[in-house]
Write a protein that binds this ligand. Structure first.
Ligand code: AMP
Ligand code: MN
Ligand code: MN
Length: 319
């Protein structure tokens, strides 16, 4: 992301009135925080802003001011379409089907496919929220408390509370600036990262009861039946992957989540020295070296078999 691109983004924003901002399916804290943070900034600039996430806002982010502004469908005509925190166009879902090529893509995934007309992609950023913060500084866009809360949520959740290996002094400087605007870090941390519903923990229980380990690899699955048994409302893994990733005897952990449409959502996590994004891209997914994911067509057993095979191969190569 260079100066010209930042300027080009500033020009696009100043010329637009109706702006659509969208992010990826099964949104995480960075998807919600970046969509909302940028949306509220542009609204402060007097723009008519639509915020759309195909899967809506997960309940754990309901405390964010303005989260009720995020709807599930893009309705109307827009002068500018911005996609945030999304490495490839498929991961948006079907929101953009009628709108064609997006204008701007703001993202931090090394696997980003540069699918928009203007691609503001910086893989050194811990979160897309960090890039949005930097853009706001560069372009003298306004920040206020709800914006700071949204951006800090993105920063916190993607860095797992500043403990991913890419967390650095600048991450903490930005967090400090957002706190100075008034964002309550302990509160946001507790809401977005610590608190779990009883359904989510029961859902974890289903997955944990079937956990498997082989050499330095650990995995489990969550079926549609598990979701019903636990009465869990989401179609994600309720962050079970980050529970598995804490098992110290492993290098790579995987969670398979069965989906209603005959596909499986796979999440990988790895220790430093292992690159799971290269495995995820083999299956049409993406992500970062230590954290990657893919949506793979096929039934749970077959996907599990193929993914485990590819992951074992990758582990052998890394040894
Ligand atoms: P997750 O396992 O969903 O927590 O995602 C881990 C990382 O992989 C995040 O950086 C995601 O943005 C990325 N990721 C997850 N699923 C996909 C996908 N289907 N395609 C591309 N990237 C993905
Ligand atoms: Mn994300
Ligand atoms: Mn992100």
């Amino acid at each position: 992301m260079n100066k010209d691109q930042i300027e080009a983004f500033g020009d696009l924003v100043s010329r637009a009135d109706r702006i659509l901002i969208i992010s990826h399916i099964r949104p995480d804290g960075d998807a919600v925080g970046s969509t909302l943070g940028l949306g509220l900034i542009l609204e402060e600039l007097g723009k008519d802003v639509s915020l759309v996430l195909e899967d809506g806002v997960p309940k754990v982010f309901n405390h964010l001011t303005g989260s009720d502004r995020i709807i599930r469908e893009a309705i109307g005509v827009f002068d500018l379409v911005i996609v945030v925190d999304c490495s490839d166009i498929e991961r948006i879902g079907s929101v953009l089907d009628e709108f064609g090529e997006p204008d701007v893509n703001i993202d931090h995934h090394p696997t980003n496919t540069h699918f928009a007309k203007l691609n503001l992609v910086r893989d050194d950023a811990v979160a897309t929220a960090e890039i949005i913060f930097d853009l706001a500084q560069e372009l003298a866009f306004p920040l206020n408390l709800p914006i700071a809360e949204a951006l800090l949520t993105g920063l916190l959740t993607d860095s797992l509370g500043f403990r991913t290996s890419n967390s650095n002094p600048q991450t903490l400087r930005i967090a400090a600036e957002l706190m100075e605007i008034g964002a309550n870090l302990p509160f946001l941390y507790r809401k977005a990262m610590l608190e779990k519903s009883i359904q989510a923990v029961k859902y974890w229980g289903q997955g944990l009861s079937r956990i498997q380990m082989e050499d330095r690899l650990v995995w489990t699955s969550l079926t549609l039946e598990d979701r019903i048994a636990a009465d869990y409302p989401g179609r994600d893994d309720a962050d079970l992957i980050n529970v598995l990733a804490r098992i110290k005897e492993t290098d790579i952990s995987i969670v398979f989540v069965e989906q209603k449409n005959g596909s499986v959502k796979v999440s990988w996590r790895s220790r430093p020295g292992f690159d799971v994004s290269s495995i995820a891209t083999q299956f049409g997914g993406g992500g970062h070296k230590p954290a990657a994911g893919a949506d793979i067509k096929g039934d749970l057993d077959r996907v599990q078999k193929e993914v485990l095979e590819a992951t074992r191969k990758s582990l052998q190569k890394s040894e």
